[in-house]
Every structure is written in C-alpha cells, then in structure tokens.
Write a protein that binds this ligand. Structure first.
Ligand code: F6R
Length: 366
C-alpha cells in the first residue's frame, strides 16, 4: 500500500507532481489562456458581481485559504477574508446573500467547518467547497465548488491535499479574474501556461530531500523553531511550522517576516533555527535583511532560496534550492522541502510520522 515508501506521508509527498497534474486536468487551456471549472459555472453572474469572499477552514486547509486571499485579491480584485471556522461560527459574523463563502476541507467532515457553512448558509450566502473526499458531508452542504482530486490521503499530516487545495484556489482566482476581466488576457495566459509546468517544478523540489535530511540532523534537538516568510511565503511559513510541530513535536511558529521585530526577535540566540522562505519574489530584499537581522543575533538560518542565489548562500547557514517560478506559485513549490524537512526531523526523533500522537485525520467533533 505504501508503494515501497516507509511511510504514507513520504509516499504522499512524492505523489504531488501527479496529484497537482490530476487537479489541473481538463481545467486549464494553456494555449487559450483560460480556466474552466464546471462546479462554478452556474454562479458566473454571482462571481462577476461578488462584493466579498469569505474563506472558511481549519488547520492546513486554512493555510491554503491564506494563499487564496493573495491570489483572489490580486487577480480577481474581490476582497477576501480568511476565517478559522471555529471562530467564525461563534462570532455572530456579518454575512449576507451578497457574500460568497469558500469552504476548504480535505476530509469534508470537519465539524467546525460544517457548522460555519451552515451558519453562512442560513444568512443566504452562496457556499462553494474545495474538498478532497468525494461525497463527503461538506460536499453535500455546498452549492458548488471543485474537488482537489489528490486521491486518498492516509498520513495524518496533510501534504498532497494542501498543494491540491492551493492549486484549486489558484484556478478559482484565475476563473474569477477571467469572468470579471480584472487581469489582462495576456497575463492570465502566461500564468496558466506556467501553472501547467508546476508539476514538473514540484518534481524538482522533491530533489531537495537529500538537503533536508542533512538539515534535519542539525535541527533535530532544537527546542523551538521559527519559520518566516512574506507575501505568499507567509502561508508557507505557517504550514512549515505546523508540519514540524505535528509530526516531530518540536515547538514551531510561523510568522510574517516583518513581524519578527515586533516580538519573536527576542527568542533568537545560537540555539534557535530560523527557517526563512527567501526566494526571488518582490519582497526578496526585505527578507534578505531579515536574514541579516537573525544572523546578527547568532540565529541559525535555514533559507529556502531560488536556485543559484549565491548572495543568500553566503548569508545563511544552510540553504535549500528550489526552481524559479512566479511568486503566485511559491506555496506549491516551497512547501515541498518543508514537508520533507519535518518528515526527516520526525524520523530522527523516532516519532510516529503517519499517526502523530493526539491527532486524528478528520476532526468530527469541535
Ligand atoms: C494538518 C492537518 C489539519 C487539517 C485540519 C482540517 O496537517 O491535517 O490541520 O488540515 O484538521 O482538516 P480538513 O481539511 O479535513 O477540514
């Protein structure tokens, strides 16, 4: 069942080029620069005139929602709020029939997400779903949406479901941009063409496994670990930290890189590994200066960089190189080495990678 891999988690990490390809199949036309989503097309008018989108999810799926916020706001120009389902449902939120809710859930059974959907539905909002499990409860509560098609995910820590969720939310952002004409057809065509090549780039990211094994040795005894990123790198930092704490039981925190100086900088000493998403995006220079700030306090920097970036190689203690890509796709690439890193740290610490203590694959109670 594990197809020769030691754990389901590793197998599922390695499945990502395939799962992302499956998720894209039949939905994009790179030659025309268009996106088709059958589960959304009944709501074209509503999407065209949308006032606001509220994304509801928990855990890793909530991180995929944060990526969605960047992409939908940037390309479709619709204001987006990303909410923890558990907070949203008890907050007496302001929701109306003008709102569109996108619920993201791998299992489609998460109790808080279901309750949040029911609340939004009772206030008249259109409910779209992004689920992995076909026929799950959430898919029956939603008006429309799109499956992630990642296939069954057995490892408790979500890996391929996350990248598939990010793929679907990217497709939704482009679909809405196309309907609303908020992004030029030329730009959309470039983005869609590049999206088509992402599975191949994810394959290259899997080649970072050797580097992550080596780095895992260096951080396996850490008490705590900080993950920093900006822009689309911020949800990557959150996801990297969540993976590490879930399966290796090392305390980890993800932070927007610029927030470091508002508190977490006090933690930095020569014992603290700081993982920085530092690829060549629009915030590259700012992240580079964050790295220098960490180094000035003797922190141990592990940087995820764009292939061939000699500058950060000189500054950081360890680097993980990933292929260059548009920053909208950074989460699909940079998350992969962080999954591998947490996997190898957990192995070195003799943790139960596929079934970490106290966690369940689907959280059907609140
Ligand atoms: C993390 C993880 C959890 C889930 C969360 C939501 O690796 O698996 O944080 O992401 O419990 O689950 P779903 O997506 O099934 O609603």
């Amino acid at each position: 069942e594990k197809a020769g891999y030691d754990h389901f988690m590793l197998k599922e990490i390695y499945e990502q080029p395939r799962s992302i390809r499956d998720c894209l199949r039949g939905r994009i036309s790179p030659s025309e620069g268009t996106v088709q989503l059958g589960g959304l097309k009944d709501y074209d008018e509503k999407l065209k005139n949308a006032n606001r989108i509220i994304i509801i999810a928990c855990g890793t799926s909530w991180h995929a929602g944060l990526v969605g916020e960047y992409l939908i706001e940037n390309y479709a120009r619709i204001p987006v709020e990303v909410e923890y389902a558990s907070e949203f449902r008890y907050r007496n939120p302001v929701v109306s029939e003008k709102d569109i809710v996108i619920a993201i859930s791998q299992s489609g059974e998460t109790a808080d997400t279901m309750a949040a959907i029911e609340l939004a539905k009772s206030k008249g909002a259109l409910i779209l779903g992004i689920c992995n499990v076909v026929g799950s409860s959430i898919t029956r509560l939603t008006d429309g949406g799109a499956y992630t098609h990642a296939g069954p995910e057995i490892g408790v820590a979500s890996t391929k479901a996350f990248t598939a969720q990010v793929t679907v939310i990217s497709l939704m952002a482009f679909y809405m941009a196309q309907l609303r004409e908020t992004t030029s057809p030329t730009v959309l065509k470039e983005l869609i063409t590049e999206l088509d090549s992402i599975p191949t780039l994810v394959e290259k990211c899997l080649a970072t496994e050797e580097a992550t094994k080596y780095i895992a040795e260096e951080i396996k005894d850490a008490v705590s670990c900080l993950f920093l990123g900006r822009g689309t790198g911020f949800p990557v930092a959150l996801e990297g930290a969540l993976k590490l704490k879930e399966i290796s039981y090392i305390h980890a925190e993800g932070y927007p890189a610029a927030e470091m100086k508002h508190g977490p900088i006090a933690l930095i000493d020569d014992e603290l590994p700081v993982v920085v998403v530092a690829t060549k995006t629009s915030s590259y220079k700012k992240v580079l200066s964050n790295i220098q700030e960490v180094k000035a306090r003797k922190g141990k920097v592990i940087a995820i960089i764009t292939e061939g970036d000699e500058k950060i190689k000189k500054e950081a203690d360890f680097v993980i190189e990933i292929p260059d890509a548009h920053e909208s796709y950074l989460p699909l690439l940079a998350t992969v080495p962080l999954q591998l890193l947490s996997y190898h740290v957990a192995l070195l610490r003799d943790c139960n990678v596929d079934q970490p203590r106290n966690l369940a694959k689907s959280v059907t109670v609140e």
